[in-house]
Design a protein around this ligand. Structure first.
Ligand SMILES: Nc1ncnc2c1ncn2[C@@H]1O[C@H](COP(=O)(O)OP(=O)(O)OP(=O)(O)O)[C@@H](O)[C@H]1O
Length: 248
């Protein structure tokens, strides 16, 4: 379903030297560079207030950077708003729960495809997400409000995939979930990646997220402080102590 070509640089999404902030307040991002290869999970970790959610807002067009460039598949898309970023292939799953509880799982998922005119494409994508997220298929006609938090998160993932994005931005997908549900949600994130959608992920639960990710970026003071293969970050005791809640 999703393109896995990537640009000539090999990156699907590039945030290059981004400076961004809110109103007249001090900058939150101060020269941040993050690159997401096609078919990869990239995870941003860092202390509270480091600007992780702000990175996703810049990437999805919710917040226009003061300077720097955003590239999707090599094309400069800096300054485009959320709708045009979605059209460019960037979908944003916001923090917290956003399912419509009084609507069925099917209605929630199909809302994600409301901009699509081609009914056959909608049916094809609905079949794809039902296959990818078994709980979505099993609970298709249930009211979404009756599902557990982890199941609702999967409905949100399924809804975001209906537009056929190239990269999905996930903000704290494990928020409010118990460890078992968190495990299932991360398994599903890996399945999304394996099915061809790149993922840029922000997580408080840094250790669990890095276990699922290919690349990790540690944010501090509005920049990427360290980045590299997720398993190397996990093995770095100094980083573990500072950012991952691991005591030496
Ligand atoms: N809408 C907003 N208006 C003004 N300031 C904001 C807004 N959203 C975030 N900020 C500020 O930007 C800074 C970075 O916030 P952000 O939510 O990006 O950090 P974070 O790393 O995701 O934090 P957390 O882990 O606590 O979610 C914080 O100082 C925050 O107060």
């Amino acid at each position: 379903m999703a393109s896995d070509s990537g640009s000539s640089s090999g990156f699907l999404l590039e945030l290059d030297d981004i400076r961004a902030g809110y109103g007249r307040a001090a900058l939150v991002l101060r020269g941040l560079t993050v690159r997401v290869p096609a078919g990869a999970i990239v995870c941003l970790v860092g202390p509270n207030g480091a600007g992780k959610s702000t990175v996703l807002k810049v990437a999805s067009g919710l917040l226009t950077p003061r300077s720097g460039r955003i590239l999707v598949d090599g094309e400069d898309v800096t300054g485009r708003g959320p709708q045009r970023m979605l059209a460019a292939g960037v979908a944003h799953v916001l923090q917290g729960h956003s399912v419509f509880r009084e609507m069925t799982v099917a209605e929630n998922v199909l809302l994600g495809g409301y901009t699509l005119r081609d009914k056959a494409l909608v049916a094809e994508r609905a079949a794809f997400v039902r296959d990818l997220f078994p709980v979505v298929a099993q609970r298709w006609t249930s009211l979404a409000g009756l599902l557990s938090g982890g199941q609702q998160k999967q409905v949100e993932f399924a809804r975001s995939l209906m537009v056929g994005p190239r990269v999905v931005l996930l903000d704290e997908p494990s928020m409010g979930l118990d460890p078992r549900a968190t495990g299932v949600v991360f398994e599903q994130i890996v399945r999304m990646r394996d099915a061809g959608t790149a993922v840029l992920l922000v997580e408080q639960n840094a250790r669990r997220a890095l276990e699922a990710a290919d690349t990790g970026c540690v944010l501090d003071l509005g920049r990427v402080h360290v980045s590299g293969p997720a398993e190397e970050l996990l093995a770095d005791s100094r980083l573990g102590e500072l950012y991952l809640g691991v005591r030496p």
